[in-house]
Design a protein around this ligand. Structure first.
Ligand SMILES: [Ca+2]
Ligand SMILES: [Ca+2]
Ligand SMILES: [Ca+2]
Length: 685
């Protein structure tokens, strides 16, 4: 089968799955849903223009905290399954200028789900939106308990058929894993996208190095959202109140006025309302609780540099917050877990870890698409969650509803017991960049041949080790992986116009590249670097980049990895699950350094000491074309995305830089690539 045929097969399959959904979706605008509801549902024509109805609730958590929930369900249907989407903020926004309610899920998508007989429940975590309460820390274990309480409450409602699924990406994916670990009885399936497993290693301190790009953006936006600030200029709107206290059918009047014009009402001495009516200040009281949230700021994260450091003055360590503590609780639950990742997402290794670790313990699936930290293209979704430039590069820009069709089949199977063949399909669906979608039976691929490419003389990279020698390289602290404003680490990849390339500062790196490839070469899996290094300085942070070099010399970034040299000893990856007495193995078995304070070796390169650093790059699936070269570039900094090593800060500020010595030869530095053998003509996977 040629790559074109594989790609076409996927689209035909997907288009077939889609037809019913799209038809229902377009019909829904003018008439009643025509698609099958649950067996008990009455599907009489709807009176309203929209095929769904909305109701807002406060749901009590076990400690009495009231959590905001808005439910959209099909009109005239009786008992339906529910998809719960819990968000850190804003289940819905309110435009105070018009009174319009803007749900976090597009109305097209709500129509899609309700027309297929599902209720959509949009919830706000404690400490956010119109929910009461305070988050004792972001990613608190409390949030999973709240999620389980919401699942239980929804399952008891007269409109619920007693089954639930969960959806959402990133933080909203975290809360799915966290909720599922409590095994609420009604929860049957979750669909977390671009979400974490080892958050210390993927977003806070990847490779043990403080990630400044992500932390800076995330903590600032979380704080302003929590205060329900109102600033239309920045498209910042408050969450929708749950209670219409004066019963006049309007919700805008439940939000206190911002009297001093700074965009916030929480700073006013006394609440003032536009209509002057007396109130119990329910919305204000809920919002005031958020001001005590513990935010993970850059400085607090920098102070908590090890995986077992206490964070932000709390008793929590990163190990407590990591969703990767939950697989043991999820195993055997029977809750189906569909993990969706993106090749250019900082969580892509996490998506792979979730799938491989849960496989064999509970039904699980893995899909990885060429996105950054974002979703598939949608008509009017959140701007931050766009698909990114690789969709266009690989001709995928028109796939906008595929992901809904896939979710529908997944939930139809697991929530409604519809035998749609879902369980017989391959558990892994990856987009092989340069080839197309492909089904696989496992991750990583068992047929991968781990091919060792040795660093050689003259910046070469090849299968034959050369004589023992060393290359010197002067670190440049201005080196950056940000390309046209975007990197894997700063969220901008999702809205970037062009794929990532490091050509702009290639001369500031040390590179090793292969000869032009004699044939197309597919690399699918987790590349590993073994770097044998000494330096004129005692400390080193190492950044490596795998690049595809075209015959004209231009290159694209394929994937990357990084490691702080202080964490040079390898530990068993099972230690990634910090909960004691639970021995469920973490898979795949990748190099892992532990990153606890006890794993940290001060000044490992002092006095010219030679170290061997072994670490994996983010997983990828990429076809290097015949005539292209595979290049590995090294740098000692990623200026726009990672903090400088504290032990090198003074040198960097004085304009100095270490010189590295990269050792090569049979026992020297190498890149190990998972190369996929070319399939025999006519063979399918
Ligand atoms: Ca009102
Ligand atoms: Ca009023
Ligand atoms: Ca104010």
């Amino acid at each position: 089968m040629t790559s074109g045929e594989i790609s076409k097969t996927f689209f035909i399959k997907t288009a077939f799955r889609l037809a019913a959904g799209l038809m229902a979706s377009s019909l829904a605008a003018c008439t009643a849903p025509q698609q099958a509801g649950p067996p008990s549902a009455s599907m009489a024509p709807a009176a309203s223009a929209e095929p769904f109805q909305r109701q807002a609730y406060y749901v009590p958590a076990r400690d009495g905290t009231q959590l905001a929930l808005s439910v959209y369900r099909p009109v005239n249907a009786e008992r339906v399954p529910t998809l719960l989407w819990i968000r850190p903020n804003r289940r819905e926004s309110l435009d105070p200028r018009t009174g319009e309610i803007l749900p976090a899920m597009s109305r097209d998508d709500i129509a899609f789900w309700t027309s297929h007989g599902y209720a959509i429940a949009l919830a706000e975590m404690r400490g956010g939106g119109a929910s009461f309460g305070t988050r004792d820390i972001d990613r608190s274990p409390q949030l999973g308990r709240d999620g389980a309480d919401m699942v239980d409450w929804i399952a008891r409602q007269p409109w619920s058929d007693g089954t639930l699924g969960m959806i959402g990406s990133s933080y909203q994916g975290f809360i799915q894993y966290s909720t599922a670990a409590h095994r609420p009885e009604a929860l049957r399936a979750i669909f977390p996208e671009i979400a974490g497993f080892d958050d210390y290693g993927s977003m806070f301190h990847p490779g043990g190095i403080m990630n400044t790009a992500l932390s800076g953006v995330a903590s600032g936006s979380m704080a302003s959202m929590a205060a329900n600030a109102y600033d239309p200029e920045r498209n910042l709107l408050p969450a929708v109140p749950v209670v219409d206290e004066d019963g006049d059918g309007e919700l805008t009047d439940e939000i206190p006025l911002d009297m001093d014009g700074d965009g916030e009402f929480v700073d006013e001495a006394e609440p003032t309302y536009a209509d002057g009516n007396p109130r119990k200040d329910i919305y204000l009281q809920a919002t005031l609780g958020h001001l005590a949230n513990t935010q993970l700021t850059v400085s607090e994260l920098a102070d908590a540099s090890h995986r077992d450091s206490k964070i932000a003055g709390t008793d929590y360590t990163f190990a407590d917050l990591d969703p990767g503590n939950r697989p043991a609780a999820l195993a055997g639950s029977g809750i189906a877990v569909y993990n969706r990742g993106g090749w250019f997402d900082y969580h892509v290794r996490d998506s792979a870890l979730w799938f491989a670790t849960l496989k064999g313990h509970t039904p699980t699936k893995l899909m990885i698409a060429p996105t950054g930290h974002g979703g598939f293209p949608v008509a009017d979704g959140e701007a931050l969650y766009r698909a990114g430039p690789y969709f266009e590069l690989f001709g995928l820009e028109d796939t906008q509803h595929d992901i809904n069709a896939e979710k529908l089949r997944f939930f139809d199977y697991h929530l409604r017991g519809i035998d749609n063949g879902f369980a017989d399909e391959a558990p892994v669906q990856i987009f092989v960049m340069g080839e197309g979608w492909r089904d696989e039976q496992e991750w990583p691929l068992a047929r991968a041949i781990h091919t060792r490419l040795h660093f050689g003389p003259g910046g070469s990279l090849g299968q034959e080790p050369g004589a023992d020698a060393q290359d010197s390289y002067k670190v440049d602290f201005t080196t950056t992986s940000t390309s046209n404003g975007a990197s894997r680490w700063n969220y901008m990849i999702s809205s970037a116009e062009t794929p990532l390339s490091l050509d702009h500062d290639a001369q500031r790196r040390l590179s090793y590249q292969t000869a032009p490839l004699p044939a197309d070469t597919e690399v699918t899996g987790h590349p590993v670097v073994e770097l044998v290094l000494s330096s004129t300085a005692a400390e080193a942070d190492v950044f490596v980049y795998l690049e595809d070099v075209a015959p004209d010399g231009s290159s694209l970034l394929v994937t990357e990895g990084q490691l702080r040299g202080n964490y040079l000893a390898l530990r068993a990856i099972d230690g990634m699950m910090a909960q004691e007495g639970r021995s469920l193995g973490v898979r795949p078995d990748l190099p892992w350094q532990g990153f606890d304070a006890a794993d940290y070796v001060p000044e490992p390169l002092a006095d010219g000491a030679q170290v061997r650093l072994v670490f994996d790059l983010m997983p990828t699936s990429w076809v290097f074309r015949e005539g292209h070269r595979i290049r590995l570039s090294l740098a000692g900094a990623d200026a726009d995305n990672f903090a400088t090593h504290p032990g090198l800060q003074a040198m960097a500020e004085a304009g100095g830089a270490p010189t590295w010595f990269v050792h090569r030869g049979a026992a020297g530095s190498a890149l190990v690539l998972p190369v996929i053998p070319a399939s025999v003509e006519g063979e399918t996977n």
